[in-house]
Design a protein around this ligand. Sequence first.
Ligand SMILES: [Fe+2]
Length: 437
Amino acid sequence: MIFTDQRDLALTVADSRAVEIFDEAVEAVVRFRGDPVAILDRALEIDDRFVLAHCLSAMMNTIGNASSRLEAARLSIDRARGAVKGTQERERLHVAAVEAWFDSNLDRASRIYQQVLFDHPRDLMALFAGHWLDFYRGDAPGRYGRVARVLSDWDESVPGHHWLLGMYAFGLEEVGQFRRAEFCGRRAVECDPGDAWGVHAVAHVMEMEGRLEEGVAWLEATRDGWASSNMKIHNWWHELLFRIDLDEYEQALQIYDEHVVDPERDDVEALIDRVSAMARLALLGIDVGNRWQVLAPLWVPLTVDTRNPFNDLHALLCFRFAGEDELAVRLMRAVEKNYDVAIPMMATGLSVLAGVDAFCTGYDAGALERLLPVFYEVYRIGGSHAQRDLVQQIALEAAMRGRQWTIARALLAERLSLREAAPHAFTTQVDRRLKSV
Ligand SMILES: [Fe+2]
């Protein structure tokens, strides 16, 4: 039978009760709240041939490339495939898209979700999926443009309109349109204080502009809306970045211990924030105690296969900083063997990982040799400007440690010009060190 969801999109499903649950699951996904897979299980109990429910479940188990959840994702894809005959084109495209995503063909998955959106601009699931694929693929124009293409097909009467504003805000921020980004992000949060993604977009604007005290105040003022969402670790990570740049290292470590470390979260996204926070502190020479050693074992089950350079980069940093050299060597061997360098993301990823590994093992000249040629291509491995800045910091630190003063001065000048008002703590420290050379 055909029923319609809350945005009037047709679904092939046996019972309208399953559609209501599906709407609830989509809402949980974009709200970053609850457990969408568990919600979808309820819909699938009503109709186990509900193709889009299987697709969304597969997507939630594929997103982030956590090796531990891939088996569940595969099962959902198989079930969707088994039920797809006789469904509509949109549903068939969703199956193909999530399957491509599962197979690590992110470009193909992205294109298929876009194809869905051309014909069904109110397909929030396809939009969310595409938005995240743009993030993983480092496609900043896509992150902005994909939302811009559908905005005129939505208005405030369409359920979930403000979720678009949050996504749009993040997309605008990543292409440097800070004023519009902040306006849309704030509007999203006004519409729903629980819009953790909208809060996050505004925090990114403040990070890029060096508005440090304002960033802390923004996150504190909106905390009730995001502190219980699945975005909480990442939004705390943003506050931690502000604290570092304010030279408040004690507070940064406290935020790490109390909020970025979450005993209930050992997935890739959560662990990336932990590595990303500690690596910044380590580059500044801050003593982080045994935190690396505590973190390293959590990465081990997530690196049984090497599927994503952004994830592998953070695993590698963790292993090296923890002194787990055997694990690092094993990871690099797998990366060198498995990355298909015909894919630009993987080719860039290989250079970045090799450069970072050289840096971590004290081979600064090798680090620069690998990192400088891809300096402006690091976006290909995905993540945000704020996250990828770590690689640029490592390149600069390699120049400093390798006494490559002309390179260090040039990289420093670039960093200072990008954020003159409130340079990163790392930039300020390197500036000081260089002046004393
Ligand atoms: Fe972020």
